[in-house]
Design a protein around this ligand. Structure first.
Ligand SMILES: [Zn+2]
Length: 96
């Protein structure tokens, strides 16, 4: 039988999983798409650098038929106010 402590831990894990889902739904893309986005942004930044906008992220969304309106709001909320911040702060491994 699960102890009271195990039960509390279970509730806490469920809560954390819930929060994680919220972050993802905020972005409107799944884990695979985020990996793809970060790859694209990294490649483009290596070529042109960051102009302190989300233009590379936006170009990615356009080329992948991803709704830019959701990403445009979701990325800054996840710490990515421009392309280099997306690369620095929107880390999929921190959300697992
Ligand atoms: Zn930047």
């Amino acid at each position: 039988m699960a102890s009271e402590r195990d039960h509390r831990r279970m509730l806490r894990d469920a809560y954390k999983a819930e929060r994680k889902r919220d972050e993802w739904s905020l972005l409107g893309i799944d884990r695979e798409q985020l990996d793809d986005l970060l790859d694209h942004v990294e490649e483009q930044l290596a070529v042109t650098g960051c102009d302190h906008t989300l233009r590379h992220s936006r170009a990615w969304a356009g080329s992948r038929s991803v709704a830019w309106s959701e990403l445009e709001a979701g990325l800054p909320a996840a710490g990515g106010g421009c392309d280099c911040e997306v690369l620095a702060n929107v880390d999929p491994d921190e959300k697992v």
